[in-house]
Every structure is written in structure tokens, then in C-alpha cells.
Design a protein around this ligand. Structure first.
Ligand SMILES: CC(C)(COP(=O)(O)OP(=O)(O)OC[C@H]1O[C@@H](n2cnc3c(N)ncnc32)[C@H](O)[C@@H]1OP(=O)(O)O)[C@@H](O)C(=O)NCCC(=O)NCCS
Length: 346
């Protein structure tokens, strides 16, 4: 179809359903890094601009936290550029994100992408940060646009609501969770045997933990050593959820062991499936976050399988942010599964 042969009103902006195919060639107009596209594609929500069933524009957004979304890719076919289609697409996406209760929408571009910088600012985005030398450090080939070397990454944000929305807020401090008959406490040496058995049971119940059933070779003495280490450590701890004397959930906070990562804590968590989805994971996290804040620890991090919707929801709602996607990092039941890396700065 000729690009002049349509009316603006006939451009249809449509949310894509999961099974629909996003044209890769279009995505590569905005992002030449095909490997990066393959990483984020599955986790974005996609909208398309269509003219008589022909996709001429596309926009993908990744939900980083409960209230922050990032535009990962927005592109309009060359022959349809400069005709308001990108604006129509972006306006619709922003409207939708607002309905999803987004407070902040982020986008990153290059210092040489003058058109993109104008485009986003005209839609209410403001520059919030500059990552100097990002492109010269991360890309092998120099990028030149508009006669300018692309060196710096410019991060823009559009925010709704109050100006505090750019900083993380912890929902738990505003919305105390339902009081539960479950107690959360720190693991003691005497818990070693019960904790191993609980972990083994969890390995049987779910494929979302790292180990397959039978792979957990930790013996009671080793588990005892781990608990002893955690009890003495300034930046590690093991939290247990207990119900009627039975351990039903645990959260291990494993602090960095050398000077350069002592501020950082890696999290492993699991709740027996018969107790899942009742706020116990959230309570374990809340207790751990208070402990980490008391210890002036700065960073919490974890990995989660890409299809673990419940865990992703929980982590986002606690303020964790998707930082990266490790494509095909695991094989689970004969299928490759991605690992989503998440982090929370305290
Ligand atoms: C992930 C896990 C630790 C969470 O603990 P939990 O006690 O079940 O979680 P909570 O009940 O505190 O919170 C679950 C949240 O997910 C939401 N949720 C449940 N199913 C969901 C789904 N399919 N999609 C999106 N959100 C979902 C719940 O509504 C709840 O959110 P809310 O508090 O905003 O209503 C636990 O389910 C578990 O151990 N799962 C198996 C092992 C695992 O996945 N470990 C983590 C590996 S990273």
C-alpha cells in the first residue's frame, strides 16, 4: 500500500495478544541488537499500529516494577514516518499504562537520536539521567546519526502523580498485611533437619526452585553450618515461616562475602504449595527487608523463572525491578526457560 493512500483516522492502534507475531524487521528499526530483542520480546506487552491489517508501527513495554514501565522498542515503518502514526501509537500506549496504574514510564535513547529526543519530550517525557559513554562502551561498531557520534544514553521519564513517584515506595509500610497465624522467625541450629526436609518437599512440589527432586544433597550437618554461619554473619540470615510447629516457608538472604559486594544480598525463597498465595511470601520478604534496612544493606537481588507469574507479581509489588533477562538460562522439564534478574535498592 502507498503510504499516502490512507487517512489518519483509519490507523488502528491495537494491543497484541500473546500468540500474535511481532514483525522483527520493524523492531530492528529501533534496536539493531537482535539478541537483546529476543531477550525482552516475550516479556513485553505489545501494541501495533495497523492500516488495513498491515502492521506499520509497533511499541513494546516491559513492566519493571509494580508502577514503572519501560518502553523497550517503538518503531514505525520508514515509508510511514513523519505522519503522526508514532504519536498516535505512543498516546494510546501511555493511556493504557495509566489504566494499569503506572506512575512512571521510562525510555532510553542515544544522544545522537535527535528525532527520538524531540518525540519523547513532545509527549511529556523529561530527561532524568545520562549514562555517559554507554554506547561507546557497549557497542563494538561506532554509531553515527545526524552527523553526531552516539556516545551517551539519555534516560527520559514521564510520570503521573506526585513528584515522589520516581522513588521507590514500599507498599508494606502503607498497607500492613492481614495478621496471620503464621509466625516468621530467624532459623536456629535446631531447625536444620526440618528445614532440609521442607526444602526437599518443595523441590517435589514445584519446578520453580533451582534444584530438581533428589539433587539437594545438603546433609543436616551442612545445613547446621549454614545456619550457624548466618547467625554470626552481619549480612546473611535465614528466615522461617512456621505454622503449628511446622516450617512451611523459608527465605535465605545470602550476603556478599568480599568487601566489594558485602552491601549486596542474594535471596532464595520458597513456601510449601499448600500454604502458597496466602501472604506468607510477602511476610518473609517484609521481615527480611526490615532486617536488611537495620543492617544498612543496600541491595537485594534474586533470579526468577520467566513464567513464575506469582513470584514476579510479588517481587514487583515489593519494589523489585527487572534488571535483566538471561535467555534460556535453565532447562526445566526438557524446555528452555529464561531467568529474570531482579534487584531492589534499599
Ligand atoms: C513465590 C512464592 C515464594 C511466593 O510466596 P506466597 O506466599 O505464595 O506469596 P504471597 O501470597 O505473599 O503473594 C503472592 C502474590 O501473587 C499474586 N498472584 C498469585 N498468583 C498469581 C498469578 N498467576 N499471576 C500474578 N499474580 C499472582 C497474589 O495475588 C499475591 O499478590 P497480592 O498480595 O498483591 O494479592 C511461593 O509461591 C513459592 O514458594 N512458590 C514456589 C517456589 C518459588 O517460586 N520460589 C521462588 C523462586 S524465585
Amino acid at each position: 500500500m502507498e503510504s499516502s493512500n490512507y487517512s489518519y483516522d483509519s490507523v488502528l492502534i491495537r494491543a497484541q495478544s500473546n500468540h500474535e507475531c511481532i514483525p522483527i524487521a520493524l523492531l530492528m528499526l529501533a534496536d539493531p541488537d537482535i539478541e537483546a530483542i529476543q531477550r525482552y520480546k516475550t516479556y513485553c506487552r505489545w501494541w501495533t499500529a495497523e492500516i488495513t491489517n498491515h502492521v506499520v508501527g509497533v511499541c513494546g513495554v516491559l513492566q519493571r516494577t509494580a508502577q514503572e514501565w519501560e518502553i523497550m522498542n517503538i518503531a514505525v515503518e520508514d515509508s510511514y514516518e513523519g505522519q503522526g502514526i508514532g504519536s498516535k501509537l505512543l498516546d494510546e500506549v501511555l493511556q493504557q499504562l495509566k489504566q494499569y496504574k503506572a506512575k512512571v514510564v521510562t525510555v532510553a535513547t542515544g544522544n545522537s537520536s535527535l528525532g527520538a529526543l524531540a518525540f519523547y519530550q513532545k509527549h511529556g517525557f523529561r530527561i532524568v539521567r545520562i549514562e555517559h559513554d554507554h554506547f561507546t562502551t557497549h557497542y563494538e561498531q561506532p554509531i553515527i546519526e545526524n552527523g553526531i557520534i552516539c556516545r551517551d544514553q539519555i534516560i527520559l521519564q514521564k510520570s503521573w502523580g506526585d513528584s515522589n513517584s520516581l522513588s521507590y515506595q514500599y507498599p508494606y509500610s502503607k498497607e500492613p498485611y492481614l495478621a496471620m497465624v503464621v509466625s516468621v522467625r530467624i532459623a536456629q541450629i535446631r531447625d536444620s533437619g526440618a528445614l532440609i526436609r521442607m526444602k526437599q518437599k518443595l523441590d517435589e512440589q514445584t519446578t520453580f526452585m533451582l534444584l530438581e527432586p533428589g539433587e539437594r544433597n545438603l546433609n543436616e550437618a551442612e545445613q547446621r553450618d549454614m545456619i550457624r554461619y548466618a547467625l554470626r554473619s552481619a549480612n546473611s540470615n535465614i528466615f522461617l515461616a512456621e505454622h503449628e510447629g511446622q516450617i512451611i516457608g523459608y527465605l535465605e538472604a545470602i550476603g556478599g562475602k568480599v568487601a566489594r559486594n558485602r552491601h549486596s544480598v542474594y535471596i532464595v525463597v520458597g513456601v510449601l504449595q499448600e500454604y502458597a498465595n496466602r501472604g506468607i511470601g510477602r511476610r518473609l520478604f517484609q521481615t527480611m527487608i526490615h532486617w536488611a534496612q537495620d543492617r544498612h544493606l543496600h541491595r537485594l537481588e534474586l533470579n526468577v523463572q520467566g513464567n513464575n507469574e506469582r513470584a514476579l507479581h510479588l517481587y514487583r509489588s515489593l519494589g523489585f525491578r527487572i534488571e535483566g533477562i538471561q535467555k534460556n538460562a535453565l532447562v526445566v522439564e526438557h524446555r528452555y526457560v529464561d531467568l529474570i534478574q531482579m534487584g531492589l535498592l534499599l
